[in-house]
Design a protein around this ligand. Structure first.
Ligand SMILES: C[S@@+](CC[C@H](N)C(=O)[O-])C[C@H]1O[C@@H](n2cnc3c(N)ncnc32)[C@H](O)[C@@H]1O
Length: 349
């Protein structure tokens, strides 16, 4: 099989800037108020993208081996599938470290690509369920790890995948998996274009996953974790994220760590999933999110106007005042807890 570089790969070789091997620390100050209404302790949480600071770690998935793997299948990265491969195994180790992956854990990986993160997960002792949409990459990663029983690859689109049944059958069919109360985890370098779909799919699965650790576009990461009230970035997805999880921005990942290099930087976010018994009390989550979405439909409108299909503006004003808010409040002024209280008051029979 020829491993000579194709024309498109040669172009990448010429245009790829050198990969940073230096430590890159980024500090983020906590915002004054989180959108769920809570305040964080005033600690600095340090972004710990350390770069390749462990000279002894052999980087199996560097630029040349990634090209070689792609070339072995005659593939070049597909933009439409968000194929930006990770070239820095230290970052994979940090991702796995953030999720606290231990021997015997079951991990869902979305988009294994050439298998660089998969390798780190398997080396940490995890059983990996990898869902890959690109059939060529699914074949490549299956072949790479053909000698281990610790990987199951599904050639599927994660957005349409029956994650719950695949995870349960993995627990049921693998004797080595210790299922005594341990929940599965999600660790993935996902294509940016499916970030919202993945979050909507996985965050309500607190009954099977304890933690979802994702490498996201940095701007998306900040919007999901750090939105301040009364800003245009505050949206229904923030209420959703805080309803189902406790999100935390972990560290920034410079764009130079990927091949091909994207136009934006990335960041790792950990979503600690709430168990269903910990969700805020609402009579129905469907009705709750319908109220939140209606309130945001016309963001500049006062809530007493945008929720008039549910009850009269006078009733909405009274409900807002009874939870300590102005009767003229707009959606971007309400925390997740405020929305829960408002929903429960205005949907009461
Ligand atoms: C950003 S790359 C990450 C690859 C690898 N995990 C890494 O870190 O180098 C995203 C991967 O997700 C795959 N992918 C894209 N859309 C997908 C989808 N809807 N479902 C599952 N995999 C998808 C791509 O083919 C690609 O392999």
């Amino acid at each position: 099989m020829s491993h000579s570089l194709s024309l498109s790969h040669q172009c990448y070789l010429q245009t790829l800037p050198p990969i940073s091997h230096n430590a890159s620390f980024t500090c983020h100050h906590t915002p004054p108020q989180k959108a769920n209404g809570s305040r964080r302790s005033p600690k600095l949480y340090i972004a710990c993208a350390r770069g390749n600071n462990r000279a002894s770690t052999p980087n199996k998935d560097d630029y040349h081996s990634t090209l070689k793997a792609l070339n072995s299948k005659g593939r070049s990265p597909r933009k439409s599938l968000g194929q930006n491969y990770m070239l820095n195994s230290d970052i994979n180790e940090q991702l796995v470290g953030v999720a606290g992956v231990e021997e015997g854990d079951v991990v869902l990986e979305i988009g294994p690509g050439t298998g660089s993160l998969t390798d780190t997960l398997i080396n940490s002792g995890a059983f990996v369920l990898a869902v890959e949409k690109d059939k060529h990459m699914a074949a490549l990663v299956s072949e790479r790890f053909s000698s281990t029983q610790k990987l199951k690859v599904l050639n599927e689109d994660i957005v349409k995948c029956h994650v719950r049944s695949h995870i349960s059958s993995l627990y049921g069919n693998t004797k080595e998996i210790d299922s005594d109360n341990r929940k599965a985890k999600v660790v993935a370098n996902i294509p940016f274009y499916i970030s919202t779909d993945v979050i909507k799919l996985l965050l309500p699965m607190g009954d099977i996953f304890s933690e979802v650790v994702l490498l996201l576009q940095e701007e998306t990461a900040l919007r999901l974790v750090e939105p301040s009230l009364r800003t245009p970035e505050y949206r229904p997805i923030n209420v959703f994220v805080n309803f189902y999880s406790d999100p935390e921005y972990k560290f920034k990942v410079e764009r130079t760590n990927f091949f091909p290099q994207p136009n934006v930087d990335a960041a790792v976010v950990s979503f600690k999933l709430k168990q269903p018994s910990e969700y805020p009390y609402v009579s129905s989550s469907k009705s709750f999110f319908a109220v939140v979405n209606s309130a945001f439909n016309e963001k500049r409108k006062m809530i007493r106007k945008s929720l008039q299909h549910i009850c009269t503006s006078l009733e909405i004003e009274e409900a807002l005042e009874s939870i300590g808010l102005l009767s003229t409040s707009r959606p971007e002024e309400l925390t997740m807890d405020d929305f829960v209280k408002l929903h429960n008051l205005i949907t009461k029979e």
